[in-house]
Ligand binder design. Structure first.
Ligand SMILES: Cc1ncc(COP(=O)(O)O)c(C=O)c1O
Length: 362
């Protein structure tokens, strides 16, 4: 390669995204609790739609995603014309940056926010600006203080990954209202369905011109492997995003399965109920073993250990017991491990293993 062939500014500074591990050498009875997946998988209706989709493999998919958008609008009480669908919410988050941020612009995200946000900022040549949280909770005043006339986007996951904490609707509205006029608040609702009665920020989107919400089928819908997400925003912003979206970004299979999944709210409700119950049980069991966590609003807990060494030793011990959890030092949380709420047997195994670890087993 010649010296003249160079990537765009910022690209080589991007740290490669690390997904959750799924194998342990030499172990067969392994439980993966490192990617916040739904332990019950996809619902029956989604599985059936997947089987049926085989008949349409030779057909190009719809470019306007009308059927899926209508199903989402009916389920969540939204305007279908202001919904956009993408390859995971990752794609929606990325399209927003492609369309609205570039060299010289700033993209704000929070201290323990999703690691994709700074990666996306660098991808488009913008400058990522990290803002401190207060005890693992987003600090609206700190975000507002960090905004400048170059701020184009503020990414906020609510509930946040990997802390599991969230801020209230009034705080989010205060943030939207305090942003400089050229900035968009991107409310990432990847875990919104785990919070009973929470709309992910949809009503705020309806009431403001500077807020976009993103959602996913990867978490409570149990479809992470299929890659489907969506966004909801003001009409002018959605119009812009549709111009940078690939026309055939979603396959027939993705569209059909997502539509079936959104119409199967019984699976969502059952997944949420199990998660709420087992999350509380696991958090309490770990706390009894001397491993506290903040109250989580999502499908994982952030277990806090006394030191980085202890967290790493706990991770190694859990691995020896066939349990894969997530080290979150890259999120600025070296003393913590993020543990997805699995099914009942997985939660019991985690609690038992942590008990053994704290009791001296290593
Ligand atoms: C906060 C947050 N946003 C977005 C995503 C991306 O999800 P998707 O699978 O829809 O791209 C994740 C996945 O872990 C996440 O934790």
């Amino acid at each position: 390669m010649t010296d003249q062939i160079t990537p765009q500014p910022g690209i080589m500074e991007i740290a490669l995204y690390q997904g959750g591990a799924s194998h342990i050498a030499g172990q067969s009875d392994v439980v993966k609790l490192s990617s916040n997946e739904n332990p019950y998988g996809a619902g029956e209706a989604a599985r059936e739609a997947y089987q049926r989709a085989v008949h349409d493999l030779h057909r190009y998919p719809s470019t306007d995603h009308a059927a899926l958008r209508l199903a989402l609008a009916a389920q969540y009480g939204l305007d279908a014309d202001r919904i956009i669908c993408g390859v995971g919410s990752d794609e929606i988050l990325t399209m927003i940056a492609q369309a609205y941020a570039g060299v010289g612009d700033e993209v704000v995200y929070t201290e323990h926010g999703f690691t994709l946000y700074p990666i996306i900022a660098q991808m488009v040549g913008a400058t990522p600006v990290k803002v401190a949280e207060r005890e693992r909770v987003v600090d609206v005043d700190a975000i507002l203080a960090a905004c400048t006339d170059r701020t184009r986007l503020v990414y906020l996951a609510n509930p946040n990954n990997p802390t599991g904490t969230m801020i209230g609707g009034n705080e989010v509205a205060r943030l939207a209202d305090g942003l400089p006029p050229q900035a968009i608040l991107v409310l990432d609702g990847a875990y919104a369905e785990y919070v009973e009665g929470y709309d992910g920020g949809a009503r705020l989107v309806d009431a403001r011109q500077n807020v976009v919400m993103t959602r996913t089928f990867s978490k409570i819908y149990g479809l992470g492997g299929l890659r489907i997400g969506w966004g909801y925003g003001p009409r002018p912003i959605i119009d812009v995003l549709n111009r940078v979206r690939q026309p055939f970004n979603l396959s027939n299979t993705q569209l059909a399965v997502a539509e079936a999944a959104v119409k199967d709210q019984a699976h969502v409700a059952k997944s949420r109920e199990n998660n709420t119950r087992l999350r509380a049980w696991m958090a309490e069991a770990l706390a009894e073993h001397g491993v506290p966590s903040d109250t989580s609003c999502a499908n994982f807990i952030l277990a806090r250990f006394a030191s980085e060494e202890e967290a790493l030793a706990a991770d190694a011990y859990l691995k020896s017991q066939g349990l894969i959890v997530r080290i979150v030092s890259s999120y600025g949380l070296p003393k913590c491990l993020r543990i997805t709420v699995g099914d009942e047997s997985a939660c019991r195994r985690v609690a038992h293993a942590i008990g053994q670890f704290k009791g001296g087993a290593r």
